[in-house]
Design a protein around this ligand. Sequence first.
Ligand code: PGA
Length: 258
Amino acid sequence: MRKKICAANWKMNKTSLEAIAFIEDFKKLLNFKTAVEVVIAPPFTSLEGASKSLKNSSIKLSSQNMHFEEKGAFTGEVSATMLKNVGCDYVILGHSERRHVFGETDDMIHKKIGQAIKHALSVIFCVGETLDEREHHKTFEVLERQLSLGLKGISKEALSQVVIAYEPVWAIGTGKIATPEQAEEAHKFIRKKVWDFYNMEVASQMSILYGGSVTAQNFSSVATQPNVDGALVGGASLEVKSFIEILKQMSYNFSGPS
Ligand code: PGA
C-alpha cells in the first residue's frame, strides 16, 4: 500500500513560539486513529522549536528548502546536514514559489534532491504547470521535463525516499483547486512517467500528493481519485482546526470510518 500523507507547508508564517503553540494544540486534537502520515514544514527559524515539540510523536518534520552543497560560502543558505541535525525527516524541494519567485532551475532542484537523499532526508518533490502552460496545452510537457530532469540519475532504491507533489501553479493560493478530473489526469501521467523511468513496482509505490487551494471543504472529491495519495496544504494548514479537518477527511477517504 502506498503511503498516504497530509503535509502542511507554512511558507513564511509562524515564529518559533507560534509553531510550538500550533503543534501542542494539534497533538491534543489528534485523538483519532489515522493511517495518514502528517508532515509539518515550518520556516527555518521555527524548525528547532517544532522539532522539540514533535519529540515522541508520529508527526514528521520538514523543511521548505535547502541548498545542494555540503557547506561553505553560501550566505543565507541552509544545508542538508543542518536540517538533519535539527530533526528534519523531510525537505520540500522544487516548490513553485522557489522556481518562479526565486528562480530555481530544474538543474538546481535535481542537485538538491540528490543531496537530500545522500543525507537520508525524504523529499517532497513539487512539480506543476503555470496557467499559461496549461492554456497552451503544455501541462504534460512541463511535468515530463520537471520529472525527468529532477529525478535524473536517482536510483530506484533512492526513490523510496521521494514523494511527488503535483501543484498546478494556477491553483496555489488562488482558492481555485483543480477539478478531480484535472488532478487525476496529472497524477496518472506522473505515475506513468515514473513507470517509464523506473518500473511498475516503483511507480505503484510512489505517493503522489496534490497541492493548490486544498481545504477540508473542497478536497474530498480530489482525495478519492485513484492516483491521489494525499495533500500538500498551504493556507488551510495555518489554523489547527482547518488542518485537522483535512486530516480527518483524508483518514476517512483513504481508510473509511475508524
Ligand atoms: P495553498 O498552497 O494551499 O495555499 O494553495 C499550497 C502550496 O503552495 O504548497
